[in-house]
Design a protein around this ligand. Structure first.
Ligand code: FEO
Length: 173
């Protein structure tokens, strides 16, 4: 059975994953309107992944005798300055998620809840991957700078990456 404290903390994370999904969905939609189909495909997949992170938490909380609360939808930003600024935001956001997950892990240790601790290990490794990927993308964009041709190829690479991501996501379901 989950403690009240842990249940509340996990519900906070449910909310966070839900708003991450909304955030990336808004980025995907914006990128699509800019003709960046690869970038938008990648971000749509990323938004789906965040929804899956939320769902996994809801189910776990319920399984442990708590109640996973479906969070309110809040309006994310509508437009973004550039592709680079989008991925800088993604990286910043993922770093925040990692900090939140680490905080949750710390609570499980304090409360000696090893089942939740074990469950959260999946999120710990997922965050490692997500942060590394976001960092790699930001680095690529820094190299491209204002080169329009570079951005075109970047968009094509993102399309390929999006296909890989959705295959990987299928496997984790
Ligand atoms: Fe669910 Fe990207 O953190």
């Amino acid at each position: 059975m989950l403690s009240t404290k842990l249940s509340a903390a996990l519900n906070k994370q449910i909310q966070f994953e839900g708003s991450s999904s909304q955030y990336y969905l808004a980025m995907a939609s914006w990128a699509e309107t800019q003709g960046l189909n690869g970038v938008s495909a990648f971000l749509y997949t990323h938004a789906d992944e965040e929804r899956m992170h939320m769902l996994k938490l809801i189910k776990f909380v319920n399984e442990r005798g708590g109640h996973g609360i479906v969070p309110t939808l809040t309006q994310p930003p509508v437009t973004f300055k550039s592709v680079k600024s989008v991925f800088e935001e993604v990286l910043k956001h993922e770093m925040k998620v990692t900090a939140e997950i680490n905080n949750l892990v710390e609570i499980t240790l304090k409360e000696k809840d090893y089942t939740t601790h074990n469950f959260l290990q999946w999120y710990v490794s997922e965050q490692l991957e997500e942060e590394a990927l976001a960092r790699k993308i930001v680095d690529k964009l820094k190299l491209i700078g204002d080169d329009k041709g570079g951005l075109y190829f970047f968009d094509r690479d993102m399309e390929v990456m999006a296909q890989g991501e959705s295959k990987a996501e299928e496997k984790t379901k």
